[in-house]
Design a protein around this ligand. Structure first.
Ligand code: 2NL
Length: 366
């Protein structure tokens, strides 16, 4: 027997008898690895005469292929045997619950914004967004807030040191109204939008954070009146709190951007020591809770936004998203909203798979 035949017999026997995957891998390295015996022989081809190479080349290539195939065949046998062994010994209890995959949760503020978008989409409103860094014209002037208005003061509003190209002071928006001004100027009337987002005020205590979330709504069309405002807010609040017995009380108020302005209270009742929204606030043991500000858009604001107030009118409202979330989901500390405490988020967070829908309930909890 030639050396080559000896090597082949030796290799194929040992491969066929390899007891496990590790032993088989060791054999692969021994024969076919970079420093392997067959690889070593392949390297000698280069030093041979052309005649000798013509004979040895096919022999060596054939050997390499045979060894390779033998390893693959043995590997399959070993894997089949291992699977058979596991099937014979391992039991699988299909009645056990699947292990929980770790996943994030939806913050209550985001959940409530999704719920509001869903409810207002059904009423024909689209969602509008805009910059959080604003100029004082869009944030104040266009909303009929005069140069001397107290809300413009440094101790209420975060200003940047610089101005824009037109000399306007730059600031962190104090409400999402500038989004609505921009939408009116860009798309004109009629318009039905909500503007959810972060807003900033220089304020910090147990019930105020310097950043909070607001949703404002705006309708501009022909012949819009307070009745449309009341119906829209009532429909929204009933859908949001998922109660038919929500009762509204409209109180005269003042905002520079609306005329007339109305504060909207919602009736609550005492249920086991807790205030639960619903019912007539004037009934014994009941009360009223202020929930939103609203009104008919001031004609000067319509003018500032480039529309003719003789032709177009409408209503607007604003509500704090953080407060809505606290009321609906029974959270008592506003500051916990922005602490980033995982335990709080695990407790109050929502499943990302549980999208609010009108048919399945906007506030469904996982
Ligand atoms: C509140 C409630 C409110 C508006 C916001 C608004 C927006 C435009 C025009 C007119 Cl573009 N109004 N938004 C209206 C009434 C109330 O917010 O308590 N704010 C201090």
């Amino acid at each position: 027997m030639t050396d080559l035949e000896q090597l082949k017999t030796d290799a194929l026997t040992r491969i066929a008898n390899a007891p496990d995957a590790a032993a088989l891998e060791a054999l692969r390295i021994e024969f076919l690895g970079k420093q392997g015996s067959i690889s070593g022989l392949m390297k000698t081809l280069g030093k041979m005469s052309p005649e000798e190479r013509r004979v040895q080349g096919p022999l060596l290539n054939g050997l390499r292929t045979q060894v390779n195939d033998a390893i693959a065949a043995r590997k399959e046998v070993l894997e089949d045997a291992e699977l058979e062994a596991r099937l014979a010994t391992e039991g699988l209890d299909l009645s056990l619950p699947a292990p929980e995959t770790p996943r994030g949760s939806v913050h209550p503020v985001s959940q409530v914004m999704d719920e509001l978008a869903e409810i207002f989409a059904d009423l024909g409103f689209s969602v509008a967004t805009g910059p959080e860094i604003e100029d004082d014209w869009h944030n104040f002037t266009a909303l009929n807030m005069a140069e001397a208005h107290p809300a413009r003061a440094m101790h209420d509003t975060f200003y940047f040191p610089d101005t824009d190209g037109e000399g306007r002071r730059m600031l962190l928006r104090t409400h999402t109204s500038p989004v609505q001004i921009r939408s009116m100027m860009k798309q004109g009337a009629p318009i039905r939008i909500i503007a959810p987002g972060r807003v900033y005020r220089s304020d910090s205590d147990a019930t105020h954070t310097p950043m909070f979330h607001q949703v404002e709504g705006l309708v501009i069309d022909k012949n819009i009146h307070l009745g449309h405002l009341k119906w829209t807010l009532e429909t929204f609040l009933k859908a949001f709190f998922e109660r038919e017995d929500i009762v509204l009380r409209l109180r005269p108020s003042y905002f520079p951007f609306t005329e007339p302005s109305v504060e909207v209270d919602v009736g609550w009742q005492d249920v086991g020591g807790r205030r639960v929204l619903g019912g007539d606030g004037d009934a014994p043991g009941h009360g009223w809770m202020e929930l939103l500000g609203s009104g008919m858009v001031n004609r000067r604001v319509i003018e500032f936004a480039g529309l003719d107030p003789e032709q177009w009118q409408g209503f607007a409202f604003g509500v704090g998203v953080d407060r809505l979330a606290m009321l609906k989901y029974g959270m008592d500390d506003l500051r916990a909203f922005f602490d980033g405490d995982r335990r709080w988020l695990d407790h109050y967070g929502f499943s990302p798979f549980d999208q609010p829908t009108l048919s399945a309930g906007v506030g469904a909890k996982a």
